[in-house]
Write a protein that binds this ligand. Sequence first.
Ligand code: SF4
Length: 703
Amino acid sequence: MLNAEKVVPTTCPYCGVGCNLELHVRDEFIYKVTSPFDSVVNHGNLCVKGRFGYDFIYNKERVTVPLIRKQPQTPGQRTQAFDRSAWREVSWDEALDYTADRLVEIYQRDGSKAMAVYCCAKATNEDNYLLQKFFRAVFRTNNVDHCTRLCHAASVVALQMAIGSAAMSNTAAEVSDCDVFILTGSNPTENHPIIALQMKAAVQKHGAKLIVVDPRRIEMVNYATLYLPIRPGSDVPVFSAMAHVIFKENLYNRQFIEERTENFEAFATSMEKFTPEFAEQISGVDRGLIIEAARMYATAHNGAIFWALGIPESTHGTANALSLINLALLTGHVGRKGTGLNPLRGQNNVQGASDSGAMPWHYPGYQAVDNEENARRWEEAWHIEPGGLNRQRGLTTTEILAAVHPGGVRALYIMGENPMMSEPNLNHTRKKMQELEFLVAQDLFINESGAFADVFLPAASWAEKEGTFTNTDRRVQRVRQVIPPRGQSRPDWEIICDLAKRVERRLNRPNSAYWDYHHPAEILEEMGRYVPDYAGIRYDRIEKVGLQTPVPTPDHPGTPYLYGERFPRGRAKFHPLEYIPNAEMPDEEYPLILSTGRVLEHWHGGTLTRHSWMDDLFPEALMDIHPADAARLGIHDGSPVRVTSRRGSIVLRAKVTTKTNIGVVFIPFHFREAAANLLTTDALDPQAKIPEYKAAVVRVTPA
Ligand code: SF4
């Protein structure tokens, strides 16, 4: 029985900063959120979402009883049903038996390739570990992915190619130890507000120099020593030109290169063509600024690079990220406190979901699925016969949808994600959702994707269950049950175990993979037995303060920064690069470039924040457009505009602002009424399979 009045420490359910919260509870009702001043992550600071955005828990539209569609849905005829009258309320037994029957029917008929699952960067490590285990161990498929594919997949691929590990190398708060830091493709004021505060303090209190490289004049430009207003998609020329200058002016770190890297000669040769003049031509950035930025970063004692989705969300996202890695290797600004390569993770647990194996090419701990030794290890872990696990790489999120057709993917299980808002080219996504044979949604609300489902499994919110999140700088922190689950909702991990057992019984494999956990702590311990970075993490060790992975042993104190001694792949590898234009370039018909992203008050597909007070603070989509473009097109601040790309068209109001540069418009992707992803392209980076969200070309007209 929960106490009548209490204050419970937990972790914010929104962004990757992972702020420490105190939930104040009276009579099982959360009435206030504060933060402890001694928090090592956020020192008592919170942004508006963490402070006030928890009320979605009590929203009257939340679904707290299992639902099955009244009308059976058929491929091609599947419809969206937001209205509860299209669903009937059922018991958990009926919902799970129905789900198990349909999944088993499809699996036995069409095999592993017909099954796919979207795990969830908002769910706990334990939830994600179990859901990927369910699909791998029971349905023998690696068609397992989550929204990291749509955010940092290219950063992950590039870092693994060059270094052998994909996490942020340093702790975000170490920005106060930098004397120069580069911020690119990242708007922390809106997306990582507490890290933005730390960056501002680094500049104003500690005298750090900030170099902002971004196509938008974001708020952090006000704190920058240098601002490089780059054209979308010209990252490789600009950062490679900086490398060119550093090399030509002999500012590189020869000792670091000789002792800790390889492939330098090939890289140096490839840098020849990236002159500042060439970069200026492609990027629109004055060559003098590029030279100055190169000198500033190279001559720093501690230089760091922070980036977010403006770098990886590109058809050349892997090359973009490699251009940043090359810079850090060239100068030796990695492997020490206050330096590093820091891809800021967006969602609260995108790092943890990836660590937990919610990926098509890797088991937990980034162990490749096509490696025989790894497959044997996980067969042993999950009590599966030798050779039972699938050795083929699975499909990514976008590939899963593309494969929805007879003979391809037929059943999709979505836990907490919303591809009907977050995938690119939504008209194509809609068609694919309609063509599914069976769709399961496990969530708090019937969102744009769940509205297509056959069955809805009501999940407990983060405040109603136990678990862990891993934040952007690899800190594994506790999530605590503060109130009982609303209605009949259940923690995700419990739903998965219950369903997995029912499926295994139908397949005559009774409980072979083990689903009888009593508490999520046991799930994390199971993962830690096979994932060395989590081997030393136990719930009792992270009661007060989280631990930063790697934590290889029970007495290991955690790892604030990586690569002090060695890189995971031994020597870090330079990669020669080429300039590759965006998949679409402006032309007469579509003369503007659309960039998409988030605003402070909202969160991704909007499933949570649009059911919260946050929606009152920012209730509609607005398109940022520069005054010069607006004047040329006859558009006024607040006037309605139609935005059209080769894939679709939306109507919304314009916000005329110098926050965006000439030739670039910006639309947040949280709003169903003007869904930005109807416009975006599903062209992919060939290595990371990440879509090009940041550079669709559009036409804007008064509406
Ligand atoms: Fe939550 Fe991120 Fe805001 Fe912190 S900065 S309160 S983690 S949304």
